[in-house]
Ligand binder design. Sequence first.
Ligand SMILES: *[C@@H]1O[C@H](CO)[C@@H](O)[C@H](O)[C@H]1NC(C)=O
Ligand SMILES: *[C@@H]1O[C@H](CO)[C@@H](O)[C@H](O)[C@H]1NC(C)=O
Length: 513
Amino acid sequence: MASTCAALLLVAVALLVVHLSRKLFKQHKLNLPPGPSPLPIIGSLHLFGTHPHQSLAGLAQKYGPVMSIQLGQKSCVVATSPEAAQEFLKLQDANFSSRPHLRCIELIAPQDIVFHDITPVTSHLRKIIVSELTSAKRLKASKYIRTEELAHMLRSISKETGPIQVKTFFYRMSTNILTRMVLNKRFLCQGQGDDHNAASEMQEFTEIIEEANYCMAAVHLKDVFNFIPKWLDPQGLDTRFRKLKARLDKFHINMVNQHREERRKNPISEEQKTFLDVMLEQLDNSKYEITEELIKGAIWNNLFAGTDTTMVTSEWAMAEVLRCPSVMKEARAELDRVVGLNRTVQESDIPDLKYIQAIVKETMRLHSIVPLLAPHQSIDATKAFGFDIPAKTRLFVNWWGIGRDPQVWENPLEFVPERFLDGAPHAKTEFHGQHFEFIPFGSGRRKCVGISFAALAVHIQVANFLHAFEWSLPTGLSPQMLDMAEGTGMAMQMQNPLVAIAKPRLPPHVYEG
Ligand SMILES: *[C@@H]1O[C@H](CO)[C@@H](O)[C@H](O)[C@H]1NC(C)=O
Ligand SMILES: *[C@@H]1O[C@H](CO)[C@@H](O)[C@H](O)[C@H]1NC(C)=O
């Protein structure tokens, strides 16, 4: 008996040795990109820090623009130069177009098209998003919505006498514009009137968005470690994700039902269609298998991705301009010349506002709101710059690091909009994903679909804030003392929100319109 046991044990040990040596041998043969040596189990998780883009940019200085790193048990590669970004997002775009399967997506938005693998159906939906929400034709048809929301915003700021939290106003404007374009609903008002249903709907909407922001930014241990069993929920996050999903489903169904009822009573013209109308039509007449779940994914993609991001960029822009009186002066000179002192800035003014455009670009460069872009994942094993990249390697493109790379940008830490003006080195640099030194929206088949909407919203917000108000900081605060620390979260906000005082600068009738 004992000898049988011993024999079995021996065989087991022998098998283990063969297995391990094979594994070691195989890994040994791979020529992975350089990177910090991982610790057992946690890999280099401890090196990611509270602001991974900052830590990874630091590590890239030591290990180079193509770096391997272990995030727990997941192998990752980090790209930190325009050339590396181009290699992965353009030359090998197809191979890196997958996404890691993250627990929050699986539980909250299983049909999310940003994180879903690319299939004919999701490609079709992406095309619809572009043509129905952000194409020039649609943006023109929805212009009245943005004009109204802009007027609301300027009016409510003009009534404020004390310090205001600047981003609140951006948030309200961007969110209302999006929810009106998508759902024909306006959720954020100052007074809530006495319609109880509407008030509780608004409250629910705000809470869902807040909770979603929390959930999407949380680091789930199951995304990093393979050994945690499915049923175990050490952080309580699975439960939280499932609760949010249930809440979102209920809210969504309610929206859709209300919408259908309303359309039955009051049919609308082609022009007035919202994104939801277009999506519901897809349900019935598409040659693709469009499900309710996919529609929900596409709708909430737009709402989650489109509200915070524009608000955050506009807030950083305002903070930078308040810190640089010379930039403020230059921007004002342009606005006064192009727009004049008797009206607000219109969308049609933007092409003529070159300096404002440069301010927006410079803000995107220094304050990338999605600093590592959304993570990609390789489909098959491949090679890049002579290194082996195994299948299912996560790819982080450190756009934040690229935006501050001294080899690409002169004085990278200074806010200098002039670098994007005619005659300057980056005069022709655009953010549409062709110039790999400037990819705030990513590039390739996974690039952000909302670029034209986001760019329009940020330009119009920043231009009007600078044009319509004289800004000052609360007493005791000099521009140099503004805290520009980066916060954490899904879209990278200022850690301490910008608070400032706005004094109307134009004649009163401008704010009444
Ligand atoms: C990924 O790259 C490898 C090596 O270049 C290639 O064989 C494979 O077909 C690529 N896969 C995809 C999905 O493009
Ligand atoms: C300013 O605009 C108002 C309203 O559009 C108009 O009545 C007024 O004449 C304008 N003033 C100047 C100086 O152009």
